[in-house]
Design a protein around this ligand. Structure first.
Ligand SMILES: [Zn+2]
Length: 420
């Protein structure tokens, strides 16, 4: 589809979305009316940037079903997250939404090299979390064979990977590392495995190299969040040079997180999504909190879909240490890029004193890399951190769900043994 054809499709779909939001008369519809929008035909693609935002706070305020744009009995499934700061976020799907989601995940799997007949080993968690069931439905829609492993029980995962000769692995990047470690410990070969689709948390190019080092895969990034639909919003192709956004269904913008004003392509900003075709919970200009940049240049794979960079971090996850703002993924980049440590780390923010102290817990490949790493963190990020080297195998591994990259030390004993 040419960019012009796609823009015409987006505009047509956007009109439909605006009409549905106005008819539903929920918080989004009322804001549109206040902004002087009386119908879809009042809106253009270029004018989207002038329309009101929707936020996670809106979902919380209208929990659980206050933002539905369809009658409750048309909801075929709910998903959600326990959420940052412990507040659940609930999202809803009609049957048509589930079909769309499956199609988007099938497209993502295919973008990363899966095909009908592929064996997809799916180690994302199954449940309210969208990762497991989203990829599962996508693999079925693609015509692949899905192995619904969910997370955990790593020894059994290694056995199934080998026995069923999976060619595609899907899980969080942190769990891919753990699996790679377990595969080596078991002395198993995985000759059929060729691609991995890893997401649900920000990860760096350096972590990609670490995964490709321990597993025989080309490691691709997949992006999504439950509010927008789940996994399948954007995916890297085999070029591994940015994630193609499925913008026929998810219109993306990047905005300055403080002012909300759109930033130039190539400049990191907060991703904002509009979902013109979703039925149960359509969203207008939803603020994701995820920071990335957009690239409309042509990709060598031939796709014309806009690309987003890997997510640098979530606005919520930014650490402020002695006046320096830093995302955990930036620390990851320095640690793993040094070649001095194993790819397992945890950041401990010691808040027992007013000026928070950052401890970087890692495992050395050899020798004592503490001084060198502290120097590199300061050189690259301006960050003052204490590097703590723990015995090999003792930095916590991710067995289920998303990696815990940052822990807070509020009082009492250290959250990890070996810290002081
Ligand atoms: Zn591409």
């Amino acid at each position: 589809m040419s960019p012009d054809e796609r823009a015409a499709l987006q505009r047509h779909r956007l009109w439909g979305l605006v009409d549905r939001l106005l008819a539903a008369d929920g918080v989004q519809g009322r804001r549109l009316k206040e902004a002087g929008v009386g119908g879809g035909s009042d809106v253009t693609l270029a004018g989207l940037r002038g329309l009101p935002f929707t936020t996670k706070q809106d979902l919380w305020d209208n929990y659980p079903f206050g933002m539905l744009a369809v009658p409750r009995d048309q909801v075929a499934a709910v998903h959600g997250s326990s959420g940052t700061r412990g507040r659940p976020t609930l999202v809803a799907y009609t049957r048509a939404d589930l079909d769309l989601w499956a199609a988007m995940c099938a497209r993502s799997l295919s973008c990363a090299g899966a095909s009908p007949g592929s064996v997809v080993h799916n180690a994302y968690g199954y449940g309210l979390f969208t990762g497991g069931i989203g990829i599962h439905q996508g693999a079925v829609a693609l015509g692949a064979t899905v192995v619904p492993m969910s997370g955990g029980m790593t020894d059994r995962q290694v056995r199934m990977l080998a026995d069923l000769r999976a060619d595609v692995l899907t899980c969080t990047p942190a769990y891919a590392l753990r699996l790679g470690e377990a595969v080596a410990e078991a002395g198993v070969e995985l000759p059929a495995l060729k691609a991995g689709l890893f997401g649900a948390e920000p990860w760096s190019e350096e972590l990609r190299a670490a995964i490709e080092d321990v597993l025989p895969v080309k490691a691709m990034d997949i992006y999504g969040l439950s509010e927008v639909i789940g996994p399948g919003v954007a995916t890297e192709c085999l070029e591994q040079d940015g994630l193609h956004v499925n913008e026929d269904h998810f219109i993306v913008e990047a905005v300055d997180p403080s002012s909300g004003v759109p930033v130039e392509d190539g400049t990191p900003g907060e991703l904002v999504f509009t979902t013109p075709t979703k039925q149960a919970l359509p969203l207008l200009r939803y603020r994701t909190g995820d920071i990335a940049s957009l690239n409309r240049g042509e990709c060598d794979c031939g796709r014309t879909l806009v690309r987003m960079s890997k997510v640098l971090g979530r606005a919520d996850d930014m650490l402020v240490v002695k006046g320096v703002n830093v995302y955990p993924s930036e620390v990851e980049r320095v640690l793993l890029g040094s070649g001095l440590v194993r790819p397992h780390y945890q950041l401990v923010v010691d808040r027992r004193t007013p000026a928070a102290r950052l401890l970087v817990a890692c495992e050395a490949l050899s020798g004592d890399p503490r001084a060198e790493l502290a120097h590199r963190l300061h050189e690259s990020l301006g960050l003052t951190a204490e590097v703590v080297v723990l015995p090999a195998g003792t930095v916590p591994r991710t067995e289920v769900g998303k990696a815990v990259r940052v822990v807070s030390w509020e009082d009492g004993g250290p959250p990890l043994p070996g810290l002081s």
